[in-house]
Design a protein around this ligand. Structure first.
Ligand code: ATP
Ligand code: MG
Length: 143
């Protein structure tokens, strides 16, 4: 089934749950197991939390969550989720992806690691001062 969803949210903590539930509902018809849906929820939560926490340290900003699925091969049935902000950006993406690396002292620095392990692929594009886009793909195991 081909489908598309786009949701633009203000970067406030309560909208993490809005994004998580929206993507989980969008993905529900794609044949994911309950535990795969839980993994998608964690990955989306971590990506949107990063925009909320890190993208706009000096003011308000938005995050756009886009989910798509195709109906024909080679990408038929897979879920693509893009989380995009136009905030601070990441100066060193490889470093940011290292487990345990965080620019906020009390944080564990595991969000990007969770996204990487719970989804089939993770692509981070970012430019300082311009923003960050995280693109994640997952295909149901049973298919
Ligand atoms: N959207 C973003 N905008 C700006 N910086 C980001 C963004 N996403 C991640 N980063 C940077 O990458 C680092 C690592 O992100 P990651 O999600 O792995 O850990 P964290 O958010 O610091 O901690 P945790 O996710 O465990 O609460 C962050 O500390 C931050 O410096
Ligand atoms: Mg994080």
């Amino acid at each position: 089934m081909k489908n598309e969803m786009s949701l633009t949210l203000l970067c406030v903590p309560s909208n993490v749950a809005v994004a998580r539930i929206a993507v989980a509902t969008f993905a529900a018809s794609l044949g994911f197991s309950v535990s795969e849906i839980e993994e998608i929820k964690v990955a989306v939560s971590e990506a949107v939390s990063n925009s909320v926490l890190h993208a706009y340290p000096h003011g308000e900003g938005e995050v756009t969550v886009r989910a798509t699925t195709e109906d024909s091969e080679p990408h038929g049935g897979e879920l693509v989720v893009e989380v995009r902000d136009t905030g601070a950006g990441i100066p060193d993406i490889a470093k940011a992806k290292e487990p345990g690396y965080s620019t906020i002292p009390e944080h564990m620095g595991l969000g990007l690691s969770f996204m990487e392990s719970f989804m089939d692929s993770l692509l981070v594009e970012s430019a300082p001062g311009k923003g960050t886009t995280v693109r994640m793909v997952k295909r149901p195991c049973r298919q």
